[in-house]
Design a protein around this ligand. Structure first.
Ligand code: C5P
Length: 238
C-alpha cells in the first residue's frame, strides 16, 4: 500500500488516499486546537500519543465485537483505515456533567447522568458544530430513522465497554465524541479516532483531567495526562 493525495486536513489529522481505493491513510498531527480552531498550539509527540491510544482502544473494542474502520498502524503517527462515507454527525455521550452541558443547562459539573445522555451535533466547522436533533438530521438527509437507531445503539455499546475499561484503570470517562461512517455496502461502523482530544477523562484518585481540558483551561502540558492514560492502557490491555 502506498500513500496518495491529501484528501482532507482537519484540526488534528490529515487523511490521504492510498493505492487501494477501499483504504485511507490517516496521519495524526501534533497540533492541538480549542474553540473550534481559534486557539492553536503544537505539542511535539502529541500525534504519536493519540495514535497509540486510539489504536489500543479500537483494538479493545474490536475484541469485544465492535466493528470499526481501523486496520493497523504504518508508523507511530500513521494508520490505515477502511474508507467510509463519514456521516456528518458528531455523537456525544455524557456519563457525567461537564463542558457545554454545564454551560448550556446551568448545572453543577461532575454530576452523574442517569441515564447517560446522547447528543447529536452537525459536523460543520463553518457553523461551529451546531446542536442537532434527530428529526433535523433525518430531514436534512444525513441519516434515516433506522440509521440513527443503529448509531445510538452502537454508541451505547461503545460506552459500556469504554466505561468498564477506564474504570479498571481508575479513570472516569466523563464524556466523548464519536463519529460513524458507511461502508460501500451501507453498513454503519465506528470511525474517526478515540483519544483524549475527544474525551474527558478524570483520574479517580486525584480528580485531575487527563485530556484536552488541560489545554482548554491552560493548566499546563496536556501530554503528561495523555502519557499517563497510555501507560495505564498498556498495563491493562496487555
Ligand atoms: O464541548 P462539549 O462539552 O460539548 O464536549 C463534549 C465531549 O465531546 C468532550 O469530551 C469533547 O472533547 C468532545 N467533543 C469533540 N469534538 C467536538 C465537540 C466535542 O471531540 N467538536
Amino acid at each position: 500500500i502506498t500513500k496518495g493525495d491529501l484528501l482532507y486536513e482537519g484540526k488534528a489529522k490529515q487523511v490521504f488516499a492510498t493505492s487501494d481505493p477501499a483504504i485511507l491513510w490517516m496521519h495524526y498531527m501534533d497540533q492541538v486546537t480549542a474553540l473550534n480552531g481559534k486557539v492553536k498550539e503544537e505539542y511535539a509527540g502529541k500525534g504519536q500519543l493519540n495514535s497509540n491510544i486510539s489504536n489500543r482502544l479500537f483494538t479493545y473494542l474490536a475484541s469485544k465485537g465492535v466493528t470499526h474502520h481501523w486496520l493497523g498502524s504504518v508508523s507511530a503517527t500513521d494508520e490505515l483505515v477502511k474508507k467510509v462515507d463519514i456521516i456528518p454527525l458528531e455523537v456525544v455521550t455524557r456519563n457525567y456533567t461537564a463542558g457545554h452541558f454545564v454551560s448550556r443547562f446551568g448545572v453543577e459539573p461532575m454530576q452523574k447522568l442517569t441515564p447517560r445522555v446522547q447528543e447529536l451535533y452537525y459536523k460543520s466547522d463553518e457553523l461551529d458544530d451546531p446542536f442537532m436533533n434527530q428529526s433535523q438530521a433525518i430531514s436534512l438527509g444525513f441519516a434515516s430513522e433506522a440509521d440513527l437507531k443503529t448509531i445510538f445503539a452502537l454508541a451505547d455499546e461503545v460506552n459500556e465497554l469504554l466505561v468498564a475499561l477506564f474504570e479498571q484503570i481508575d479513570i472516569t470517562l466523563i464524556d466523548y465524541k464519536l463519529e460513524f461512517g458507511r461502508l460501500a455496502d451501507g453498513q454503519i461502523i465506528l470511525a474517526d479516532e478515540l483519544s483524549p482530544d475527544n474525551m474527558r477523562l478524570v483520574d479517580q484518585k486525584t480528580g485531575k483531567s487527563l485530556d484536552k481540558d488541560v489545554f482548554r483551561q491552560k493548566q499546563g502540558d496536556l501530554r503528561v495526562g495523555y502519557q499517563d492514560v497510555l501507560e495505564r492502557l498498556e498495563d491493562v490491555l496487555k
